[in-house]
Design a protein around this ligand. Structure first.
Ligand code: NOJ
Length: 716
């Protein structure tokens, strides 16, 4: 008689039944091992104190970061979990797949500037497919933190400063990574991080205290997480910050009351790297045992890296300080994700043509499309760009021949040597007969000016000048805070000298950065400025195409671009001041941004007709349609993005002067027209949360705006 499989091994049974069966078979130690996650192979430089942990086949999860992903190692470790542990529970392998995998896509801040959730979904789906082929089951992305302080290096990993747009992007990213049904052959689990308030790090210093009033928490920080949970994200990562005096790694109100009870999230919460141990540094636990107890009871299921759960939970349970039911609940959540991913049925990743292979032309085509769409043309006086055909182009600046900088932070498997630089891409594209002279002038952050003279000589001999300035990849991302947004090193000086030497020749600045940078002194002397962020594997090609007019820029800023660091925080959704007009403005500088949220130029021009509402009044439960006709008045096709804002001029909580509530982007042929429509649902679009997160819709006036236009709508 064939022996019947244990119930947890029977795929036909409901997942909850399989979990209950498995839980009943596990010893306390085996359960706690399921709550442990450690690194294997390489790790990244920010995961401090990484050690080659002693491997045990009963551990719940492993991190598979590093430059050289090893599918064979992953499968070998998995085989040991499945074959050498008593109950054969597969491990789940996680990795920071943040903006691509080997084929590197633009950084998230740049991706958001394309205002195209479907394009973002496709990018995340590609990253998932490539990561999956290298043994990854789970990415620690998307990061949906809200940040209005670009000194914080991780601003590069955000989807910009609008909570509403970040929510839309969170949903698109979850769908991209996880596919239609979790566990599909080309999909991986997503992880919404970092929960919550991490982007409010004081002074832009990483890992710091964050003071976030509840009203702001519900308005700006929590919506993208709520949206991602509703979209089915399988996992959430707690953050590093101390939120108003309670580190989020031990924040029961957030991790349990809000996330689980209110939003119904039933996936797993993983701590951030050493987050449980760091409760000691933060002064929230007297010893390691207390740290483990606090984190587990708050709602952290999986303990990343520090091993405190393994070290202390067994004794805590025996001493009655942690109820066995709390352990069971955490294990249940970890197992639920594994069952949902189908890891019990398919623990191994079969090598495929993608495993270990270089990016294919099709992958690079998507990198290229995304890069083209993510760059933002900040300024283009006298149609300096696209560059006309000339005899000799001088390409100046330390970013001209730097492939690594184009990839940005968290580009672990990206290869600088496979990434064409801006110089290489231009050289390939310039017409025969046009000479390209490259002179870096200086290094990114060195003090040396010895290279200036060669750069200035190249400028003097050229008919057109392109300058590539910015940051190294390591200057943004995690643990990359700066006190100021000034260009590092002597770059600003080089830029000013080059502009003076260019003497009316076509002159364009290309910025390669993970954040906005100060352009106060530079902007007045540069007729054209292109924010080229860190656009990934095809950055060089895309930027060259944009400069030469083989494609037109269409990105719009997803973040406000300040004039000086002293203006920080500066963002589009500011609330009205008590005194209007000039009162309260800075005495020593403008109060306005250098480039506003939503700003971005192209190579054509658009005329916006008036905003039309289908009715001037709308019932709370009704809908009303807003429309605007846009005409392409130029002689070349172009992409226009319409950003719809609202303002509630008198409410029971003060409301921002502009709140983004809808956006749409479309290509309009030369001379063509297109009507952009927004169906306004008051309960969704005109309401706001109170300090406890309950949404309020108040009758009264709502201003609907696009660009400089405003119309009035009455909610009755
Ligand atoms: C620390 C970072 O804060 C987090 O975003 C990342 O996912 C983990 N390390 C794992 O690498």
């Amino acid at each position: 008689m064939p022996t019947e499989l244990p119930r947890y091994r029977q795929p036909v049974l409901p997942i909850e039944e399989r979990i209950a069966d498995l839980l009943a078979r596990l010893t306390l130690e085996e359960k706690i091992d399921q709550l442990h996650q450690c690194g294997v192979g390489d790790t990244n430089p920010n995961n401090l104190a990484a050690r080659a942990d002693e491997f045990r086949p009963t551990y719940g999860s492993f991190i598979l970061n590093g430059a050289e992903p090893d599918l064979a190692l992953r499968n070998a470790l998995q085989r040991r979990c499945v074959e050498e542990s008593r109950l054969g529970i597969p491990a789940i392998f996680g990795c920071d797949v943040i903006h691509g995998y080997r084929a590197i896509l633009p950084i998230p801040l740049a991706q958001a500037c394309a205002w195209d959730p479907e394009l973002l979904r496709r990018q995340c789906a590609l990253a998932a497919r490539l990561a999956r082929a290298h043994g990854v089951d789970w990415t620690f992305a998307p990061m949906v933190d809200h940040c209005v302080d670009p000194r914080w290096g991780r601003v590069a990993e955000t989807f910009g400063e609008s909570a509403w747009a970040s929510s839309v992007h969170a949903v698109a990213a979850v769908r991209g990574y996880q596919g239609d049904t979790p566990g599909g052959p080309d999909s991986i689990a997503a992880c919404l991080k970092h929960f919550a308030g991490y982007g409010a790090s004081e002074g832009g210093r990483d890992y710091s205290f964050t003071a976030v009033p509840d009203q702001q928490l519900w308005e700006d920080h929590l919506p993208p997480f709520a949206a991602g949970v509703a979209a089915g994200a399988l996992t959430v990562m707690s953050s590093f910050n101390d939120l108003n005096g309670v580190p989020t790694t031990a924040h029961r109100r957030l991790l349990t009351d809000v996330l689980r009870t209110r939003w119904g999230f039933d996936g797993l919460v993983v701590s951030d790297w050493n987050g449980v141990l760091q409760l000691l540094n933060q002064g929230f636990a007297a010893d390691e045992s207390e740290a483990a107890q606090r984190a587990l009871l708050a709602g952290v299921d999986l303990n990343m890296a520090d091993g405190l759960y393994r070290a202390h939970l067994p004794a805590l349970v025996r001493a009655g300080a942690v109820p066995p039911a709390a352990i069971d609940e955490a294990v249940r959540r970890v197992l639920r994700v594994k069952f949902r991913l189908g890891l019990f049925e398919r623990p191994y990743v079969e090598p495929s043509a993608l495993s270990g292979a270089a990016p294919t032309p099709a992958h690079l085509a998507l990198c290229h499309e995304a890069a083209l769409r993510s760059a933002v043309l900040l300024k283009n006086d006298a149609a300096t760009l696209p560059l006309r055909t000339v005899r000799r182009v001088a390409l100046i600046g330390p970013l001209a021949e730097d492939g690594a900088a184009l990839l940005g932070s968290w580009a672990q498997q990206g290869r600088a040597d496979e990434t064409p630089t801006i110089a290489a891409a231009l050289r390939e594209r310039l017409p025969a007969g046009t000479e390209l002279v490259v002179a870096p002038g200086c290094t990114i952050d060195g003090a040396g000016t010895a290279g200036f003279s060669a750069a200035l000589a190249a400028v003097a001999a050229a008919d057109a000048v392109i300058v590539c300035a910015g940051e190294a990849a390591t200057m943004s991302g995690e643990n990359a805070s700066r006190t100021s947004l000034r260009l590092p090193g002597v770059q600003e000086e080089l830029l000013l000298r080059v502009a003076a030497a260019a003497q009316g020749k076509p002159l364009a600045l290309v910025l390669i950065t993970g954040r906005p940078v100060e352009l106060e002194r530079v902007e007045p002397v540069y007729p054209a400025i292109l924010a080229g962020w860190q656009l990934g594997s095809a950055a060089g090609a895309a930027l060259a195409d944009l400069l030469l007019g083989r494609a037109a820029p269409s990105g719009r800023l997803a973040i406000t671009w300040p004039r000086t660091s002293g203006q920080i925080p500066l963002y589009h959704h500011e609330r009205p001041r008590a005194r209007r007009g000039r009162e309260g403005e800075y005495q020593d500088a403008a109060t306005t941004p250098h480039f506003a949220f939503g700003h971005g130029l192209g190579y054509t021009t658009f005329r916006h007709g008036p905003i039309r509402l289908s009715a001037g009044e709308v019932a709370a439960a009704g809908t009303v349609t807003a429309e605007i006709e846009v005409e392409n008045t130029g002689d070349r096709e172009g992409r226009e993005t319409v950003l719809w804002f609202i303002h509630d001029p008198a409410a029971s909580r003060t409301r921002p002067l502009r709140e983004l509530r809808n956006f749409e982007s479309a290509v309009i042929p030369a001379g063509g027209r297109r009507i952009f429509r927004w169906e306004i649902v008051p309960a969704r679009d005109c309401s706001f949360p109170d300090e406890d997160g309950r949404r309020i819709l108040e009758p009264g006036e709502i201003i609907v705006g696009v660009g400089g236009q405003r119309v009035s709508l009455r909610v009755v």
